[in-house]
Design a protein around this ligand. Structure first.
Ligand code: FAD
Length: 434
């Protein structure tokens, strides 16, 4: 079977078999039970942001492209107040959800700054605090690999809108992928082809290879999902699938997209890139584990929140047990030139996050945005330098303090969940081929 990949994963020291066993036996089942929890299934996203690059000419009218919005009563109480920043579980007895008790409404969005404020409010005025806040936002924005949305958007229940086949294809989908690969990926020299050939990748430096591999791996993951949850019958004969239709694996479609015969030999390389992006995000989770295990995971339901903390700590312990993590410390080393390359890497990635607003199918846009947001968060964890020596005691008062917003954590874990499911589904295709 062409999808029985062999050997080690390029630019990593570990083998496909190691990842398969680790993912399918240890991580995947745990993630599945984590991602159904309230904290992780509600994601706030703006699907109405205008495409900044070309006029949005291709709205997908297929019913399967539609995103079911959330009713207000479905959203957990604790998420309604727009918690911009998370706070840490065992840090502070202060009730961070009552900022209005101390400050005017204009500071309502700065909820979890209370601790800082408690420290600062004896010495600075409200005006100065606003300056501090702006300064902090500016500093944080420098670390981001994704552009911030101009307005926060609306909550979507991810479980009601699963990533699967939608029918989005043709010129609109191709324009997105082409613009990502041809204009926003680093390209090998003298690469005349419409899409980048894997054999040319090794001629580029490590950082540029990594960029290409994560994008190609994400593309492979999206396409595996649509093959694994393909519309096999448009009639909902059992009456159990919301929106009608029955969904299941389509081996022919999978073969068309990944077999060497159908893809000029590229398919298996794209599948290997899926393992690459998996390892990169896995390492980001390991690096951020000391931070993530101190989060509150607040939704307003004490019992559920406690369960969520237990479940995420279980996942993080398994993540830590992985023997051969990706080594990001060899990237962007070597002075000013490396810093320039890093900046370029960031700019390219930010552009890709903007391109997501041009996707012509809302369901694809939702998952595309979430996965780019999650990947951007992973890159921020790996390359901002703020997690290199992160300790819980350092987060207060320091102007260099680092935090992840709730939406970043939700995107990070869900994006990793998508990759984990793709590797799991790949194994099912392998068994079907046998
Ligand atoms: P495409 O997947 O469109 O690929 C275009 C070209 O890219 C290929 O011809 C090949 O040369 C190259 N290529 C393909 N795969 C890789 C790879 N892994 N690495 C490097 N190069 C590659 N469709 C759905 O049904 N459901 C979804 O949820 C969904 N989400 C999407 C999200 C985004 C952000 C985008 C841009 C598209 C999404 N699509 C989705 C559409 C889907 O990805 C395909 O574009 C569509 O099915 C058409 O497929 P295709 O065979 O023409 O090749």
């Amino acid at each position: 079977c062409f999808c029985k990949l062999k050997g080690s994963i390029d630019d990593c020291s570990c083998s496909v078999d190691t990842v398969d066993y680790f993912n399918n036996v240890k991580i995947y089942p745990r993630l599945q039970s984590l991602l159904v929890r309230d904290y992780f299934r509600f994601y706030k996203v703006n699907l109405k942001q205008e495409c900044p690059f070309w006029s949005d000419d291709s709205k997908c009218a297929m019913r399967y492209c539609h995103v079911q919005p959330c009713q207000d009563e479905d959203i957990p109480e604790g998420l309604k107040g727009d918690v911009l920043r998370n706070f840490h579980f065992n840090e502070s007895p202060i009730d961070k959800y009552k900022p209005e008790a101390q400050f005017s409404d204009c500071l309502y969005s700065a909820k979890d700054h209370n601790r800082e404020l408690g420290y600062l409010n004896t010495t600075i005025s409200l005006e100065k605090y606003k300056d501090f806040e702006l300064w902090q936002q500016y500093d944080d924005a420098q670390d981001n690999f994704c552009v911030k949305e101009s307005s926060p958007g609306e909550y979507v229940n991810l479980l009601l809108n699963p990533e699967r086949y939608t029918g989005y294809k043709g010129p609109s989908a191709h324009r997105i992928w082409r613009s990502i690969y041809m204009e926003n990926c680093f390209r090998p020299e003298n690469s005349p082809h419409n899409f980048i050939q894997s054999s040319k990748i090794n001629g580029m430096c490590l950082e540029k290879r990594v960029f290409y591999r994560v994008i190609s791996g994400l593309h492979a993951s999206i396409n595996i999902h649509l093959c694994a949850k393909y519309l096999t019958s448009s009639k909902d004969t059992l009456g159990i699938v919301p929106g009608g239709g029955q969904w299941g694996p389509n081996l022919k479609e999978f073969r068309r997209r990944f077999s060497p015969e159908e893809t000029g030999g590229e398919g298996p390389n794209w599948l290997k890139n899926l393992y690459f992006i998996y390892l990169l995000e896995l390492r980001a989770l390991e690096k951020a584990a000391p931070y993530l295990e101190r989060e509150e995971y607040y939704t307003g339901n004490k019992v559920q929140d406690a369960d969520t903390r237990v479940a995420i700590n279980d996942v993080l312990n398994v993540v830590r047990s992985f023997p051969e993590h990706f080594n990001e410390s060899v990237m962007f080393t070597g002075g000013a030139e490396a810093q320039l390359l890093k900046e370029e890497f960031k700019q390219h990635f930010r552009n890709i996050s903007r391109i997501m607003d041009c996707v012509g199918c809302d369901k694809c846009k939702l998952w595309g945005k979430l996965q780019i947001h999650g990947l951007g968060t992973a890159l921020k964890i790996l390359f901002s330098g703020k997690f290199d020596r992160w300790e819980p005691t350092l987060i207060h008062f320091s102007r260099k303090k680092f935090y992840l917003e709730r939406s970043e954590i939700v995107a990070l874990i869900n994006a990793f969940g998508r990759l984990s499911e793709s590797i799991f589904e790949l194994d099912k295709f392998r068994q079907m081929m046998r």
